[in-house]
Write a new protein. Sequence first.
Length: 153
Amino acid sequence: MSWGRLSTPRSRAQALAPMKAPMSQINVTPLVDVMLVLLVIFMLTAPLLTSALKLDLPRAMAAPAVPPATSLRLEIDKSGQAFLEGRALDAAQLAQRLRQAATVQPDTELQLHADQAVPYGQVVEVIGLAQQAGLSRIGLVAEAAPFSARAKP
């Protein structure tokens, strides 16, 4: 393969012919092909990387919230039993009590205290019951992190 002036002439006619200028252009087609393949690979793998987050949500370093004038305390223990203001209720009773509270005072805040071992899906179901009952102000309550844990980044 010749690169302009780097080749030696094979005959006298070639030696006397005007010399060709060296090729000074880069073929970018292979570069574009490689870049498009890399783009496709990154587009396919990026969504897979974001779903691998491991979260530990029950601790917070925020200041204690001031409770509003009207609030309901809903607790869910490890076994999944719901307690509204200290009384154990099943799902139907809970939905009825939440509807009553929303009818009496529509801006009532529901403060949800869920044990760390309660499955997330069950917490979401309780939030759905509250929203269907007409309560739109729902707060998830967590314990404050110990002071030693706050100092760590």
